[in-house]
Design a protein around this ligand. Structure first.
Ligand SMILES: [Zn+2]
Length: 495
C-alpha cells in the first residue's frame, strides 16, 4: 500500500503543479520518479537527470522486468538478458549491442555508488518498454510489454486471441482473459482507481482516437487479428458518471461509436473487461491492418491513439545520392594533398554501378563529375523528384591529426532510423574506428532542408594518418559502396 500512497502523492503533486505553482518546483531539480505499470519503483540509486537525459540504474530491468543482469568487472561490461534478448553495454562507451546489432546510446553507461546507470529511453527502446516522460511532474511512466503478446502467434491461442467478448461475456476457457495480462506472474494489478475517463471520440482531422481523462491512467495497448483491432485497457481508470458517449453498463455490455470516413477504422467499442477485476477496455475495429502510435499526456488528460497508414509497398523508389563538394569546392584536403571531392565521387559512382540493375530503384546523382551543384541545388533536386531517401557521401577532416574514425549524421528525427541502419553497415565496412551515428550539431543544409529521410556519411578523416591512406584504396571504397547500396535497399525493404 505504501507504494500506492506514493502514487497518489504523484497525482496530488500533479494537481498542485497544474494550479500555477510550477515555478516553485522549478527552483530545485527533483529526483525523477519512476512509475512502472502504475507502481512507483524505489531503486537503490535514484534516477537523475544528466543534461536532459534521465539515467536509471540498469537493475530495474532485473527487479521489475524479469531480466538477468551480469556485470563483468574486468571488461566493465553489463549484460542484460532474458533468454530471448541480450543487451551488452560497456561503461563509458556509447555503443551497445542488442543481439549483436550495434545501437547508439545518447549517453554511455556510467557507474554511480557501485551501480551502473544507463539512459532510461535506451533501456525502454532496447527492451520494448514504452517510456513517457512527464516533464511537469518530473516523472517517468513506463509500461512493460504485454506478456504474452496477445497479438503474436506465440500467444498460445493463435487462431482467435479473443478480445474477451467485452464486458460480461467471460468465457471460462479463456482463463485469465484474452489478453492474459491480468494474472500473469510479475504483472501488477493496480488495486486503485487513479483516473476518471470522461470522453472518447474520433478526430478525423488528426486521424486519431482521443480519450479524455482526469488524474492518472496507465493504459496497456496491443493489437489483435481476425478481425483486426487495436485494444486499449485502462486498468486503473473508471468511466466517469458523465462519460461521453453515455452508456449504462447495467443495461448493455458495451458502448459503440460507428466511424465513417476513415479508410481503416470502422468503429470504437468500449466496455468493462476482466474476470476478477473489471476495468475499462476500448477496442478500435479495423477493416485493414494499420499501425498506431499511443501518446499519453497526463498534463492535458489526453490519451491519443493516432492511426498510422502502414508503409506503402511501392514499386519504384527514388534515391538521391550526393557526392559532397565538387568543382571549385574541393572539400577537405588530405594529408597527402588529395581532395575530398574525389573520394566522394569515386564512392558514389561505385554505389551507382552496384545499384544499376535494381529495377525498383531510380537512382539520381547530384553530380556525376567534377562539378559543383550548390547545396540549394542538391536539396531542391531531392525535394522536387520526391525522393524516398537522400544519402550524402563525405570524408572528414580535423585540426587534430589524432582524430579518426567513421560517423553517420542526421538532423531530422524522421532520418534517425535510417542513420542507425546505414551506420550499422557503413561503419564496419570502412574498417576504421566506429564513432557512432548521431544528430549533427549544425543544421546541415542537405539533411535539414530535404523532406525525406536524409543522412550524411563521413567515411573517415583525411587528416588522420590512420584513416587517410585506407580511404584512397579500392578495397575500402568498394566495401563502403557495397554497404551504402545494401543500406539503401534495406531502408526501402528491398533486401
Ligand atoms: Zn565534406
Amino acid at each position: 500500500m505504501k507504494k500506492w500512497l506514493s502514487l497518489l502523492f504523484v497525482v496530488a503533486g500533479m494537481l498542485v503543479l497544474s494550479s500555477g505553482m510550477a515555478h516553485a518546483a522549478k527552483a530545485e531539480t527533483p529526483t525523477p520518479k519512476l512509475i512502472l505499470d502504475g507502481m512507483e519503483l524505489e531503486p537503490q540509486v535514484p534516477p537523475f537527470l544528466l543534461n536532459s537525459t534521465v539515467m536509471v540504474p540498469v537493475r530495474i530491468a532485473t527487479e521489475n522486468l524479469g531480466y538477468k543482469v551480469d556485470y563483468d568487472n574486468s571488461k566493465k561490461q553489463v549484460t542484460v538478458s532474458n533468454g530471448k534478448k541480450k543487451l551488452v553495454m560497456t561503461v563509458d562507451k556509447p555503443t551497445a549491442y542488442l543481439d549483436g546489432t550495434p545501437m547508439q546510446m545518447t549517453k554511455p553507461p556510467l557507474i554511480k555508488s557501485n551501480f551502473t546507470l544507463i539512459p532510461l529511453r535506451f533501456l525502454g527502446e532496447s527492451l520494448g518498454v514504452q517510456v513517457f516522460w512527464d516533464n511537469q511532474i518530473k516523472s517517468v511512466f513506463m509500461y512493460s510489454p504485454s506478456t504474452p503478446d496477445p497479438g503474436s502467434e506465440s500467444g498460445g491461442k493463435p487462431t482467435d486471441p479473443s478480445d474477451g467478448g467485452l464486458i460480461g461475456v467471460v468465457d471460462p476457457s479463456e482463463g485469465s482473459g484474452g489478453s492474459g495480462e491480468e494474472t500473469s506472474p510479475g504483472t501488477v494489478v493496480p488495486p486503485a482507481v487513479t483516473g476518471n475517463l470522461n470522453e472518447i471520440y474520433y478526430d478525423p482531422g488528426t486521424e486519431s482516437v482521443v480519450l479524455k481523462y482526469d488524474g492518472l491512467i496507465v493504459p496497456r495497448d496491443f493489437k489483435l487479428d481476425n478481425p483486426k483491432r487495436i485494444v486499449i485497457d485502462v486498468p486503473n481508470g473508471r468511466y466517469a458518471p458523465e462519460f461521453v458517449p453515455a452508456v449504462d453498463f447495467s443495461l448493455t455490455n458495451e458502448g459503440y461509436i460507428p466511424v465513417e470516413g476513415h479508410e481503416a477504422l470502422r468503429s470504437i467499442r468500449y466496455s468493462m473487461f476482466g474476470t476478477d477485476t473489471k476495468a475499462p477496455r476500448f477496442v478500435l475495429d479495423l477493416n485493414q491492418a494499420w499501425d498506431y502510435e499511443l501518446s499519453n499526456d497526463p498534463g492535458a488528460g489526453t490519451l491519443t491513439i493516432a492511426l498510422k497508414r502502414p508503409p506503402e509497398d511501392k514499386s519504384l523508389y527514388t534515391v538521391v545520392l550526393d557526392a559532397g563538394h565538387g568543382g571549385t569546392d574541393p572539400g577537405a584536403i588530405s594529408i597527402s594533398k588529395k581532395a575530398e571531392k574525389d573520394f566522394n565521387l569515386a564512392v558514389v559512382l561505385k554505389v551507382k554501378a552496384i545499384l544499376e540493375g535494381e529495377e525498383r530503384i531510380k537512382l539520381i546523382l547530384t553530380r556525376e563529375d567534377d562539378t559543383y551543384p550548390t547545396l540549394t541545388d542538391r536539396y531542391t533536386l531531392a525535394n522536387s523528384v520526391q525522393a524516398d531517401i537522400f544519402v550524402s557521401v563525405h570524408a572528414n577532416s580535423h585540426t587534430s591529426p589524432n582524430t579518426n574514425g567513421t560517423e553517420t549524421y542526421y538532423t531530422r528525427e524522421d532520418s534517425k532510423a535510417f542513420a542507425q541502419l546505414m551506420h550499422s553497415l557503413f561503419a564496419p565496412a570502412t574498417g576504421l574506428k566506429d564513432n557512432g551515428f548521431r544528430k549533427h550539431s549544425v543544421n546541415l543544409a542537405v539533411t535539414t532542408k530535404t523532406t525525406m529521410p536524409a543522412i550524411l556519411l563521413e567515411a573517415g578523416y583525411l587528416s588522420s594518418s590512420i584513416d587517410e591512406p585506407k580511404l584512397w584504396t579500392e578495397e575500402l571504397q568498394n566495401r563502403v559502396a557495397q554497404a551504402i547500396a545494401t543500406g539503401i535497399k534495406m531502408q526501402l525493404n528491398l533486401q
